[in-house]
Write a protein that binds this ligand. Structure first.
Ligand code: IMP
Ligand code: MG
Length: 187
C-alpha cells in the first residue's frame, strides 16, 4: 500500500527540544546517573539525549529494558512482557527512564515501579511524546519533548508494523488505499 507520511516534528525541532531537555536534566544535578532506555522505540531519542547530556557536562551510564505491549499493529494491550531486563545494579542511583511515547502509561509505570522496587534512589520519567488523553495508569512524565496529537506516529525510532523507525523526523501515516499496489511511499 502506498502511504503518505505527514511531518509533525522535523529534525530541527527535535534537535532543539532534545538539547533543552538535556539542559533541564543537567540542572536537576543528578547523582550516579543511569539512563534506562525502553526498547525499541526510544533508541534514537535516547542516543541523541545522552549525547546532549554529555554536552551539558553529565556522564550518564546507559542501560536498556526491552518491553513489549504492542504487537505488529497499532492496538494497545493490557499486558507488558519483559523481553530483556536491565543488567546493572540500580540500587541508590538516580535513574532517567526514557521512552518514545507516554500513552496509556502502562509501559512506563511498569518500568518505573520495577526500578523503584530494585532500590533506585529516584526514577525520573522522560517521554519524547505525550498523549495525555489516552492515559490509563497513574503516571505523568517529569520531562516531555512534545505534546502529541491523537494520531499514530512513526519515525525517529517509532514504528508501525516494524516500518519507519529510520525516518529522521516524526510524522504520521496517511493511508492511500486508492494508490497503486507496490507503489513507493511519499512524504
Ligand atoms: P503505553 O503503555 O500505552 O503508554 O504505550 C506506549 C508505547 O506504545 C510506546 O512506547 C510505543 O512503543 C507504543 N506506541 C504508542 N503510541 C504509538 C504511536 O503512535 N506510534 C508508535 N508506537 C506507539
Ligand atoms: Mg515502546
Amino acid at each position: 500500500m502506498t502511504v503518505t507520511i505527514n511531518t509533525l516534528f522535523d529534525e530541527d525541532m527535535i534537535a532543539t527540544r532534545v538539547s533543552d531537555l538535556a539542559r533541564e536534566i543537567a540542572d536537576s544535578d543528578p547523582k550516579d546517573l543511569l539512563v534506562v532506555a525502553v526498547l525499541k522505540g526510544s533508541f534514537i531519542f535516547a542516543a541523541d539525549l545522552v549525547r546532549a547530556m554529555h554536552r551539558e557536562g553529565l556522564a550518564p551510564e546507559m542501560e536498556f529494558i526491552h518491553l513489549s505491549s504492542y504487537g505488529a499493529g497499532t492496538e494497545g494491550s493490557e499486558n507488558i512482557r519483559i523481553l530483556r531486563d536491565v543488567e546493572s545494579d540500580v540500587n541508590n542511583r538516580d535513574i532517567i527512564l526514557v521512552d518514545d511515547i507516554l500513552e496509556s502509561g502502562r509501559t512506563l509505570s511498569f518500568a518505573r515501579d520495577r526500578l523503584k522496587n530494585r532500590g533506585a534512589r529516584s526514577v525520573c520519567v522522560v517521554a519524547l511524546l505525550d498523549k495525555p488523553d489516552r492515559r490509563k495508569a497513574a503516571i505523568s512524565a517529569d520531562y516531555v519533548g512534545f505534546a502529541c496529537p491523537d494520531k499514530f506516529v512513526v519515525g525517529y525510532g517509532m514504528d508501525m508494523g516494524h516500518a519507519w523507525r529510520q525516518l529522521p523526523f516524526i510524522g504520521y501515516v496517511v493511508p492511500r488505499e486508492d494508490a497503486e499496489p507496490g507503489g513507493t511511499e511519499e512524504r
